[in-house]
Write a protein that binds this ligand. Structure first.
Ligand code: ZN
Length: 142
């Protein structure tokens, strides 16, 4: 029997989807970003044409809630424009969120995990909550 503790679902404060692209897929990435903004009340992060944080290629992300997980993840896997995507939970342990518990779509790629803490509480921070910055008007293809 395993002695490792079992983590509760409530550890997950929110989800991130990181979208990776290169020069050849930049346009498709822009189109996906626009479609997300049009359809979902989410937090869309900055566009990075160069590596940023743990992400070793150009990327952008959007944050969504636990309640949105089913619909948004379902829509995204069908409409990701062939792009590589990392979906990871946001918990107190960003290192594990990225290194161990992410869902890769379209293949994985290297992350730079050096700057990621093992406990946000230990550094006086909290897991990320979604700051909605989109005003969707297009109905989701349900
Ligand atoms: Zn993230």
């Amino acid at each position: 029997m395993s002695t490792a503790s079992v983590r509760p679902i409530r550890d997950i404060a929110s989800w991130h989807a990181h979208i990776y692209f290169d020069a050849g897929s930049s346009e498709a990435s822009r189109r996906l970003r626009r479609r997300i903004e049009e359809r979902f009340a989410v937090e869309v992060g900055p566009w990075h044409d160069a590596p940023f944080g743990p992400h070793t290629t150009p990327s952008w992300y959007f944050g969504y809630t636990v309640e949105q997980f089913r619909d948004i993840t379902s829509w995204l896997v069908l409409n990701r424009e062939g792009l590589r995507v990392l979906i990871h939970p946001n918990t107190d342990d960003p290192w594990a969120d990225h290194a161990l518990n992410g869902l890769w779509i379209g293949g994985d790629q290297r992350l730079n995990l050096d700057g990621l803490p093992r406990s946000l509480a230990a550094v006086g921070a909290s897991p990320e909550v979604v700051q909605v910055n989109t005003t969707p008007g297009v109905p989701v293809e349900a």
